[in-house]
Design a protein around this ligand. Structure first.
Ligand code: CA
Length: 218
């Protein structure tokens, strides 16, 4: 998740709430940094304030879209500024929220955006006996809650969101760590091993040389 916001308090509240909800969060406080990150990293979704120093949010968004960056973007607009909303949507935003907002509303909109882009219309992801609720950050096995660490949850959530295809180890690594963490792709194997131990050995297939895939529901 990328959060772009130049107000320190709001940035802190947003990144804290998203981290608590189980996302790996990168932050940027100006448009130029956001522009760079959006072009170099792949995010599940972006929260983008429009009023930013160095490069305004709308320009950042247009630059991303012009160069084929398609990740879902939730723009944050000034209160009552209908033209900002219109420009944001014309510029390629997937949704918007006006300041001041409740953090819960931002979280709900982001969940909906991620669901929409990954083609999942239900709020709970199910694979065999395993069910994952992004909203509650909860996983159950045959209806019984299973305790996962935040990294285990991120790995499982990413695999379940992309269950129709093979996910490479490097792609998983990118999605479970915020950029300022040391990225050690070997740890992905550890998380996969722990998930298999907790949720069943045949839940996640290893596709040799390519990565991992959720086992198709039988
Ligand atoms: Ca601002």
């Amino acid at each position: 998740m990328l959060v772009v916001e130049d107000e320190p308090l709001l940035l802190r509240q947003l990144s804290q709430a998203l981290t608590d909800a189980g996302y790996a969060v990168d932050t940027a406080t100006d448009g130029a940094a956001a522009d760079f990150l959006g072009h170099t990293e792949s995010y599940d979704a972006v929260v983008l304030d429009l009023g930013l120093p160095k490069m305004d949010g709308l320009t950042v968004l247009r630059r991303w879209r012009e160069s084929g960056v398609t990740m879902p973007v939730l723009v944050v607009t000034a209160r009552g500024s209908w033209h900002e909303k219109v420009q944001g949507i014309d510029g390629g935003a997937d949704d918007y929220v006006a300041k001041p907002f409740q953090i819960e509303e931002v979280l709900a909109r982001l969940r909906a955006l991620i669901r929409r882009t990954s083609g999942q219309m239900t709020s709970e992801l199910v694979c065999g006996d395993v069910a994952l609720s992004p909203k509650l950050a909860r996983v159950t096995l045959a209806g019984v809650p299973v305790k996962l660490t935040s990294h285990e949850f991120r790995v499982l959530s990413y695999l379940m969101h992309h269950r129709e295809r093979v996910v490479s180890q490097s792609e998983l690594t990118e999605h479970i760590y915020a950029q300022d963490f040391d990225r050690d792709s070997n740890t992905v194997e550890v998380f996969i091993a722990r998930l298999r131990k907790k949720l069943g050995s045949d839940l996640i297939e290893t596709i040799r040389g390519l990565g991992y895939r959720m086992k198709a529901a039988s």
